[in-house]
Design a protein around this ligand. Structure first.
Ligand SMILES: [Zn+2]
Length: 192
């Protein structure tokens, strides 16, 4: 039985699946018949190989600083800003530690152009790639302006299936719902 799905954002210790149906891949370990995440990152469920993995994109030095590129999960979207849990990792020799940092993307830092409605750029649960503007503030100030920055994985607001890119929009393969995001140019390719 799979408890998580491809695209889910997990932290070390999160339960992923049982060993009855899956084997742990990269970023996962088995203990007592259960598979847990050993990394912070995005889940990939490989149904064919019966393998469940967690892929992290570790960028930047151990300390978060300006211009580091981070991956995080959108927590809350307000009128003027979106809150993001930053999942960037630090540490060495695979001892990856999550930074429990909260980041914030201001509406003016979403896109290179003018953005009127932040709710059409991000939704809670989206996995985003962002660049650090100011790491000395809490929350850390982030930007997604730039082709390589923005949403890299998004789920349907109605049914939670992963959305597929269709030009500049996203379409749900399950229910047909069409949604919009500030997409990174490698949506669902860079991480998964
Ligand atoms: Zn849907």
């Amino acid at each position: 039985m799979v408890e998580v799905r491809t695209g889910d954002f997990v932290v070390p210790g999160d339960f992923l699946a049982t060993t009855e149906e899956f084997v742990p891949g990269e970023g996962a370990y088995e203990e007592g018949g259960k598979i847990y995440a050993s990394s912070t990152g995005v889940v990939l469920v490989d149904a064919r190989m019966k393998r469940i993995s967690v892929f992290s994109r570790v960028l930047g030095p151990p300390t978060l600083k300006r211009d580091d590129v981070v991956v995080g999960r959108v927590d809350e979207v307000r009128d003027q800003s979106a809150n993001v849990y930053i999942g960037v990792l630090r540490g060495r020799e695979d001892r990856e530690l999550p930074l429990p940092n909260l980041g914030m993307i201001h509406i003016s830092q979403t896109h290179t152009g003018y953005v009127k409605d932040l709710a059409k750029q991000f939704k809670p649960g989206d996995i985003v790639r962002a660049r650090v503007l100011n790491a000395r503030r809490e929350p850390v100030q982030l930007t997604t302006a730039g082709d390589e920055l923005g949403v890299i994985v998004a789920a349907c607001s109605r049914c939670r299936a992963l959305l597929e890119r269709e030009g500049t929009k996203l379409r749900c393969p399950n229910c047909g719902n069409v949604e919009f995001r500030k997409l990174a140019n490698d949506y669902r390719q860079g991480v998964l």
